[in-house]
Design a protein. Structure first.
Length: 398
C-alpha cells in the first residue's frame, strides 16, 4: 500500500506586464470531468481517479488534510486491500497473486477551453504526491482537437511530505505548447500509471486550483555568486544574490536546508561531499533558476602511537605531556584542509628496570630503529627486545 502524489514544478522566464486568466477550475463541480478512462492495462484492483474532499485542497506550502470541504482531483484505492482514503493507492502485491492493482487511467475536462486570440499560455496548479519515480506517477496531458486525441505535456515529478507524513501542497507552473494557443477546443487532463510491484510511497497524486493564464513580459533572471566553490569541511561561504526582476527568492542549499531570504546568512557544510546550491528567483509566477556546485573537502585525519619514558613533547604542537592518554589536536595544512591528529601516548616512569618490571618480562637488548645495539642516550627512539620475543618502541626523553 502506498500513499503517493507526484508533482512537477517548472520555473519559467515568461513575459507581460499583467497576467490574464484564460480559464480556471477548482474541481467543485465534479461533473465537469470525465473520470477513469482506460489508457492501458488495468488490474481488477486498479486505483481510481476521485473528485472529493477526502483529500482536501489546501494552499501551496500547507500540509495535507481530509474533509475540509475543498474538493480535489486525486488517486484513491479500491477493493479488499484498500486502506484509508484521500490520495492513497495500492501499489500491488509484488506478484504474489492475491491482488493486481496495475493502473493506467486518465481523467480529462469534458468541455473545451477557448484560447482564441491569446498566446504564451501558462498552466498552473497545486499538488501533493510521491509515488515511485518512473513507475508510479502522473502525467499532465492535453488535447488540441476537443479530446479526440491526447498528448503528454510532461510527467509530474515527486513532491515531498511534511514532518507529520502528510503530503506538502506544492505549486507548479508549466508552459503550454504553442499549438495550444489561439484555438477554440483545447482540453486538459491527467494520467495515472502504476505497476503491481508493491513498492511506492503515499500520497499518490492530488491536484487542485487549475489555471491557464497568459504570461507576463517582464523577465526574471536568477544570478548569484558564492564566495568560494571549494571549501574545507566546517568552513563557511557567503552567497551574493544579483538576481534581476525578482520579488522573491527560494534557496536550496543541497544539504536539506532551504531559505526564502534574498540574502541568506553564511552557509556552512559540516560533512564533506558535493552540494548543489539552487536559487529560484520569482516575480509572481514568473521564475528563473540558477545552480552552482560546491565541493566540500574532508579534513585530513591521522593517528600516532607513542611510548616514552618520563614525559613526551609532541612535535606537532610543541606541547609536553606528563601522563599517558589520548590527545587530539588540529594542525594547519598549507596544501589541503586542516589535519586532525590523535596522539595515543603511553608513558613509563623510571628506567629500563622499571619498564621490565612493568611488562613482567626481562629485556634482552636495546637497539636504535635500524636494529643496531646502542647505549641509552637522551632524546632518541629505541627498540626494546623482551625475553618473550616481543619488541617495544620507546622515546627516551633524558
Amino acid at each position: 500500500m502506498k500513499n503517493s502524489f507526484f508533482f512537477c514544478s517548472f520555473f519559467l522566464i515568461l513575459t507581460s506586464h499583467t497576467q490574464t486568466i484564460v480559464w480556471q477550475d477548482d474541481f467543485e463541480i465534479p461533473s465537469a470531468w470525465t473520470l477513469n478512462v482506460q489508457s492501458g492495462l488495468n488490474g481488477p484492483d486498479a486505483n481510481l481517479w476521485v473528485i472529493s474532499d477526502a483529500e482536501g485542497g489546501m494552499p501551496a506550502g500547507s500540509c495535507g488534510i481530509a474533509a475540509n470541504g475543498n474538493k480535489t482531483l486525486h488517486i484513491g484505492c479500491q477493493g479488499t486491500w484498500c486502506v484509508g482514503s484521500g490520495a492513497t493507492y495500492n501499489a500491488g502485491d509484488g506478484g504474489l497473486g492475491f491482488m493486481d492493482a496495475t493502473t493506467h487511467k486518465r481523467t480529462y475536462l469534458n468541455t473545451n477551453i477557448n484560447t482564441s486570440n491569446v498566446s504564451n499560455l501558462v498552466l498552473e496548479f497545486d499538488y501533493i504526491g510521491i509515488g515511485q519515480a518512473g513507475v508510479d506517477y502522473g502525467n499532465v496531458i492535453y488535447s488540441t482537437n476537443g479530446g479526440a486525441s491526447w498528448t503528454v505535456l510532461q510527467p509530474i515529478a515527486a513532491a515531498t511530505t511534511c514532518t507529520s507524513g502528510q503530503g506538502l501542497w506544492t505549486h507548479s507552473v508549466m508552459l503550454l505548447p504553442i499549438n495550444c494557443a489561439n484555438i477554440p477546443n483545447l482540453r486538459l487532463g491527467f494520467e495515472w500509471n502504476n505497476d503491481n510491484d508493491g513498492t511506492g510511497t503515499d500520497p499518490s497524486l492530488a491536484i487542485n486550483n487549475l489555471k491557464i493564464s497568459t504570461a507576463s513580459s517582464q523577465s526574471v533572471s536568477a544570478i548569484f555568486f558564492p564566495s568560494l566553490t571549494t571549501v574545507c569541511q566546517g568552513n563557511c561561504i557567503a552567497l551574493v544574490n544579483n538576481s534581476t526582476g525578482a520579488t522573491s527568492s527560494l534557496w536550496d542549499f543541497g544539504n536539506g536546508q532551504t531559505s526564502t531570504l534574498d540574502y541568506p546568512d553564511p552557509l556552512c557544510y559540516s560533512a564533506p561531499g558535493q552540494y548543489t546550491i539552487q536559487l529560484t528567483s520569482c516575480a509572481g509566477t514568473i521564475c528563473d533558476t540558477e545552480s552552482v556546485v560546491i565541493n566540500v573537502a574532508p579534513l585530513l585525519v591521522g593517528e600516532v602511537f607513542v611510548s616514552a619514558i618520563g614525559s613526551y613533547t609532541w612535535p606537532a604542537n610543541g606541547i609536553t605531556y606528563n601522563a599517558s592518554g589520548i590527545y587530539i589536536d588540529t594542525i594547519s595544512n598549507a596544501n589541503a584542509c586542516d589535519s586532525i591528529i590523535t596522539l595515543n601516548l603511553e608513558l613509563f616512569i623510571g628506567g629500563f628496570d622499571e619498564i621490565s618490571q612493568s611488562f613482567g618480562k626481562s629485556i634482552i637488548k636495546i637497539t636504535d630503529i635500524s636494529g643496531r645495539e646502542i647505549e641509552r642516550k637522551a632524546a632518541q627512539v629505541v627498540l626494546i627486545y623482551f625475553s618473550d620475543g616481543t619488541i617495544k618502541r620507546l622515546f627516551i626523553l633524558d
